[in-house]
Design a protein around this ligand. Structure first.
Ligand SMILES: NC(=O)c1ccc[n+]([C@@H]2O[C@H](COP(=O)([O-])OP(=O)(O)OC[C@H]3O[C@@H](n4cnc5c(N)ncnc54)[C@H](O)[C@@H]3O)[C@@H](O)[C@H]2O)c1
Length: 388
């Protein structure tokens, strides 16, 4: 039985969700995170970002003293199981950035004891887990390392936890046995792969979704250029016909899909043209919409309101949101740009929905938050999403 684990990056999206999953099973969690602001919110029982059902579990866990905190490596309390959930961005060459992970592992190397275990939940390029294992053990230590990709939908990790198996890629048998023992405590089905297979599984899944969304966006563009109604075509393709179930076109964004498609592109030594095509289509959608509006409007005389600044519906996360790209393009083309979002808290430009509705000539639904379904708009509205 593992009574306590450590989560490094435990105040982030993946780390905090996992903290709450463990705490809900009565496993103590030591959160180590450099983000003091988030830690202070969590200590008060406030989630720094949306996580369905998270608030109740957090309050109960704090009351039962299941969570402890540190915000520097000097104060960290390491346990037998230590889970790493740092962000893994790409660099200006669209290649994975390893700097932060390597810096962390260089520090961990000095304080980890024999038989402690690092479980990597950050999405990494194939080969990284084994590289980090070698790095930790090159002075003859015996540190276990396992890659354990995160597959939940952001904001719904707790709800989805029992819905599908956990994939693990341990560097050796001892690490695999220990990870399985830990995950059995959380009652999950487990699939064992080697680290590179597990790393690739995660990149394939995200790239697959990214390419799927790009097909929908490409179809939308073809229909629009032919002056046809894509929503009607989509209904015809998908209604009572399971093989026509194409995702909605839209602003395909966020901290994972683009980045992981580029990680795969880099891993395949740039031999993944489908990924590049998907990126071109998905990233180009904001420009496409502005061009379409310009065909019918004197945009330089219009105030444009953007509805939704988060990267996806019902989320408060603005990381890599294409709403901001749309805003930037519009600022160069329209008289004025107004923005609104019911959930986003970290953007001072955001106005209320009423204000944006009242003061805009044109509205664009950039993020299909459910509340936008209810508004009855008389003025011109641009909508790319299905079912809206
Ligand atoms: N967000 C998702 O839905 C999702 C889904 C699947 C996989 N992932 C992957 O999980 C990883 C984490 O993503 P995220 O969205 O949780 O990122 P995040 O930015 O929300 O969380 C990362 C956390 O790590 C902390 N941190 C950074 N450097 C640190 C350090 N040196 N020591 C301690 N803490 C440190 C940050 O303060 C932050 O709280 C990424 O690799 C991402 O690709 C994310």
């Amino acid at each position: 039985m593992f009574k306590e684990i450590t989560i490094i990056g435990g105040a982030g999206h993946v780390g905090l969700a996992y903290t709450l999953i463990c705490a809900s099973k009565n496993i103590k969690v030591h959160i180590n995170d450099t983000n003091i602001k988030s830690i202070n919110l969590i200590k008060k029982g406030i989630l720094p970002h949306k996580e369905k059902n998270g608030s109740k579990i957090l309050k109960k866990a704090l009351k039962n003293r299941l969570i402890s905190f540190s915000h520097s490596i000097e104060e960290i309390k390491l346990n037998k199981i230590n889970i790493v959930c740092l962000g893994t961005p790409i660099d200006e060459f669209l290649n994975p950035q390893h700097k932060k992970l390597i810096e962390l592992f260089n520090k961990l190397k000095k304080i980890l004891k024999n038989n402690q275990h690092i479980i990597l939940r950050s999405t990494v390029s194939p080969g990284t887990t084994r590289f980090l294992h070698t790095m930790l053990n090159n002075d003859k230590k015996n540190i276990k390392v396992t890659f354990y990709p995160e597959r939940f939908i952001q904001g719904y990790a707790i709800e989805e936890f029992n819905d599908f198996p956990q994939i693990i890629g341990a560097v050796d048998k001892k690490a695999e046995i220990e990870t399985k023992k830990f995950l059995k405590q959380l009652k999950s089905e487990i699939i064992c792969l080697n680290p590179e297979e597990a790393e690739l599984t995660k990149l394939f899944l995200n790239s697959y979704r990214y390419v799927q969304f790009s097909i929908a966006n490409q179809f939308f563009k073809i229909a629009k250029n032919a002056k046809l109604d894509y929503q009607k075509i989509n209904y015809a393709m998908s209604h009572n016909y399971k093989r026509g179930n194409i995702p909605s076109p839209g602003f395909t964004a966020g901290p994972c899909l683009f980045k992981d498609t580029m990680q795969l592109y880099s891993f395949s030594k740039n031999d993944f043209s489908l990924g590049i095509e998907a990126m071109t289509t998905n990233e180009g959608i904001a420009d496409f919409i502005v061009d379409k509006i310009k065909e019918e409007n004197k945009l330089s005389k219009k105030v444009v309101g953007i509805l939704g600044m988060a990267f996806k519906p019902e989320s408060d996360d603005t990381r890599n949101s294409l709403s901001y790209k749309l805003k930037k393009i519009l600022q160069l083309n329209a008289r004025k740009v107004l923005t609104t979002d019911p959930y986003v808290k970290n953007d001072e430009d955001i106005k209320s929905l009423e204000y944006v509705q009242k003061n805009s000539d044109i509205l664009i639904i950039a993020t299909p938050h459910k509340i936008y379904k209810k508004i009855k708009i008389k003025k011109l509205i641009y909508n790319i999403w299905n079912d809206f």
